[in-house]
Structures are given as structure tokens and as C-alpha cells.
Design a protein around this ligand. Structure first.
Ligand SMILES: CC(C)(COP(=O)(O)OP(=O)(O)OC[C@H]1O[C@@H](n2cnc3c(N)ncnc32)[C@H](O)[C@@H]1OP(=O)(O)O)[C@@H](O)C(=O)NCCC(=O)NCCS
Length: 159
């Protein structure tokens, strides 16, 4: 497996991957990925196996809070899970974030996504305390808007 920055020619592979992501990940439009590849490629990473896209982790440095890097749409192909693809992608994003001067990676997952919860905990993220719990996972009601309750996780740079 190799990890690369997202580039425009990889977009069809990213869309094909995300078509397998239900119920937690759904494909975005081609022009959304174009924007990520053209404006955010240094923090949008793709894992390739034999030229095929098998994982993604798309990061965006906040312009409003430049110490933050938000990570969205983390996904591994169902046939490649539990082999360290996400660990590799997040390791690279973290290194890149610290190089840019960020001090925090954060991300969200939907209620009930226990594989994601276990993954973020194993990768050292902290589940931010919210206002309710499901299966031991803390949730923030309406975090991303009405009806968009999320578990929120962060990884803060030490030192
Ligand atoms: C969540 C997801 C991205 C994890 O990707 P992955 O490539 O399988 O994860 P990795 O193999 O890198 O695992 C990272 C760590 O999490 C652990 N982990 C991953 N999935 C796990 C699961 N289902 N149960 C328990 N632990 C799990 C691994 O054991 C590993 O820890 P270790 O290295 O200490 O053993 C993947 O299951 C996925 O794509 N799910 C569907 C889309 C989704 O829900 N994305 C997240 C949205 S927030």
C-alpha cells in the first residue's frame, strides 16, 4: 500500500470507494473532490493498493482556527479493513498537520458507528464530552445542525 496526496486523476477511484461506504459515508460530487484535490491536496490523503483507491482521509485546515485540522470522510475499502490503512492515513495527516503548525486534529462520527469509535480510541483520539451517551460513546446533540448529532473526537499535539 502507498499513501499519496489526492490528485484529480484519482477522483473516480475515490467516488467508487465511497459508493461502498453506506451508511456512514456517501459519495460527494465530483466537483467537491476537485476542490479538495486542487486546494487541499497536502492534507487530503489516499491509500492505493495496486493502483486502486482503498482508503481515504480528507483533512482541512481551518481558516478560522488555524491550529485545527478537521478530518472528514475517513474510509477503508471493506476488503482492506483491519490492516492499518486508516492508521497509516491518519499518521500521515497528523505529521502534516504538526508540520503546518496545527495543534489539533478533530473529526466526528455518527451515533452507533462503533467501528469508528474503536478506531479513534485506538489511534489516540479523545471522545469529547457531550450531552448524551449511546453505548458508552459521548454525543453532542445537533453538533452539525438540526438532527445532526455527532460523536466528536480530538487528538491534541503534546508539548
Ligand atoms: C472505521 C474505519 C475507517 C477503520 O478503518 P481500518 O483501515 O479498518 O482501520 P485500521 O486497520 O487502520 O485500524 C486502526 C485501529 O483501530 C482498530 N479497529 C479498526 N476497526 C475496528 C473494529 N471494527 N473493531 C475494533 N477495533 C477496530 C484496529 O484494531 C486498529 O488498532 P491497532 O492498530 O491498535 O490494532 C473502517 O471500518 C471504515 O471504513 N468504516 C466505514 C466508514 C466509516 O464508518 N468511516 C468512519 C467515519 S467517522
Amino acid at each position: 500500500m502507498i499513501i499519496e496526496a489526492l490528485r484529480v486523476p484519482l477522483i473516480p477511484g475515490v467516488i467508487a470507494l465511497t459508493e461502498l461506504g453506506a451508511p456512514y459515508i456517501t459519495p460527494r460530487g465530483y466537483s467537491d473532490y476537485w476542490l479538495y484535490a486542487e486546494l487541499f491536496s497536502s492534507t487530503c490523503r489516499v491509500a492505493l493498493d495496486g493502483g486502486r483507491v482503498v482508503g481515504i482521509a480528507l483533512g482541512f485546515r481551518s481558516q478560522d482556527a488555524p491550529e485545527d485540522l478537521y478530518v472528514q470522510d475517513v474510509m477503508t475499502h471493506p476488503d482492506h479493513r483491519r490492516r492499518g490503512v486508516t492508521r497509516g492515513l491518519v499518521d500521515e495527516l497528523r505529521e502534516q498537520a504538526w508540520e503546518l503548525g496545527c495543534r489539533r486534529l478533530y473529526l466526528t462520527s455518527k451515533p452507533g458507528n462503533s467501528a469508528a469509535h474503536k478506531t479513534w480510541e485506538r489511534l489516540g483520539f479523545t471522545n469529547i464530552r457531550g450531552d448524551s451517551f449511546i453505548d458508552g460513546v459521548s454525543l453532542i446533540t445537533d453538533y452539525k445542525g438540526p438532527g445532526q448529532t455527532r460523536a466528536v473526537y480530538e487528538l491534541v499535539r503534546e508539548g
